[in-house]
Design a protein around this ligand. Sequence first.
Ligand code: OSB
Ligand code: MG
Length: 377
Amino acid sequence: MTQELPRLRVERARLRVVELPLVSPFTTSFGTQTVRRALLVELEGDGVDGVGECAAGIEPGYSAETCAGALLALRDYILPSVLGRPEADVVGHAQGWGWVRGHHMAKAAVEMALLDQAGRASGQSLSQVLGGSRSRIGCGVSIGIQSSLAATISAIEGYLAEGYQRIKLKCKPGYDVELARAVRQRFPGTPLMLDANSAYSLRDLDQLRALDEFDLTMIEQPLAHDDLIDHATLQAQIETSICLDESVESLADLRAAISLGSGRILNIKAGRVGGLLPAAQLHDTCGEAGWPVWCGGMLETGIGRAANLALASLPGFTLPGDTSASDRYFKQDLLRQPFELAADGTLPVPSGPGLGIELDQRRLKEITVHLEELTSR
Ligand code: OSB
Ligand code: MG
């Protein structure tokens, strides 16, 4: 963090759950999603609001956290610490919940809201607060497992025509080598990568090695979410760079991964690592180790997307990420102004105070399926 943040009190908090239908089902090696159910944290204090989005999904297939579990962790443990605290800056508030083990996505949601509140109070954008250096972000797109190769090819054609700078395809055992071959044949020069979401083991070494011939920019999280040693063994035996996602939930995980050689690239998601400030630290450590990073996504609404774009404005985010435009996910987002892809495949980093977004309040009401309020005692 490069900028000083104001000390603020939080007097009220709301937990809101919204549901937005996805424009098309999103299938990975761990399941299919047709709707984005998002837990939002809304804070009020010292006359300034802040909002944050929790990255957790409906089911614990990507990580142990779920939307419902995060709601309990926030209601019973994390928010009471924030509401009971006198004026504090974001780091001070985060120290208050430091004793809570895990629940990174729940913590990241309230941290995002605190950073939004602090940015609004001091007139700084989140990108400025985090030390961002870029005003536009190069975007890729993450394409789920499709019903056929032809459907995959036509999805890719559509996204490339819109301007997306790289294609990421979800894969799983049996849906990998032929997929990569067909796509590479049809799109010889396109930056292309695969994401396995932990679907393989070292027993699949032959298939994973067979992917080397397709000039992939990387393969994301091929092996188990908690197995840095096997990832190191695999990296030593394939040419394609391994990018870690699920395996790195903390700075300690990252240090272990770097020292073991478990990969060469990191997908950074603030939710997975407990917040935007921890994410910025991981970015710094990757820079020292010579690991390029990029910003991942969790099918966020415009709220989490704004935070992702601010994070991706840091100098080490040199690869296009999964921060796609609103219309890649939703027919209607919850912002007054959805994020639109420019023809060069970039999205703007919001420059207004805090997250720099304006919520569409009518839309927000329409899609709310749960709302509760907490006050300081
Ligand atoms: O593994 O990166 C992942 C979505 C949900 C959960 C995990 C992942 C993803 C994506 C989509 O790949 C990223 C996005 O477009 O938001
Ligand atoms: Mg991933």
